[in-house]
Design a binder for this molecule. Sequence first.
Ligand SMILES: *[C@@H]1O[C@H](CO)[C@@H](O)[C@H](O)[C@H]1NC(C)=O
Length: 188
Amino acid sequence: MASGAAASRAFSNLLVSALFAAVVVAGFQFEVGEERGWREPTGKEPETYNEWAAKNRFRIGDTVYFKYQKDSVLVVSSDDYLACNTSNPISKFEDGSTVFQFDRSGLFYFISGEPGHCRSGQRLIIRVMHPSEVEAPELAPSPASGGGSGGDGGLPNDNSTAKPSGVSYFVTALAGVFVVLALFMQEP
Ligand SMILES: *[C@@H]1O[C@H](CO)[C@@H](O)[C@H](O)[C@H]1NC(C)=O
């Protein structure tokens, strides 16, 4: 009985599972609409959902959190997004608290399923960066660096766009798992 080898294989599988878990954990969660949540715009909002999305950088594994009441989140095609057509959603969520994870790069289209809400502006396009873009150095200057006297008065400062360095965390975790894996695989 080569039970040692079997145990070794089982342990390797466990480590590989841990690796995949690390990939999922590394994602960053964005809150759609921030305090306001996901609701029909009144027209008095400081920015649209798409203006908010344009300020952020979304990566594969990141999530968007929709908080809403008496409303819904539909993932739709680009055509249905443009037409505000709620009749053929790819996915539909209506539990009031939806976390959606990006499993690929490219464009994702979200609209409200409530009549009229999409046309009022309750819709959102998110572009998830291709991994090759993620590896490139950050192009946008960091607003946090450089002090700034923090002049209050005007619009609230947008601290919500600050992101932890999920990628470097992920690479570190990845390296750690492979080191352990390599050590363990050395059969006597
Ligand atoms: C929505 O899409 C369906 C199927 O593509 C179509 O039959 C329907 O007419 C559309 N509705 C509107 C309001 O455009």
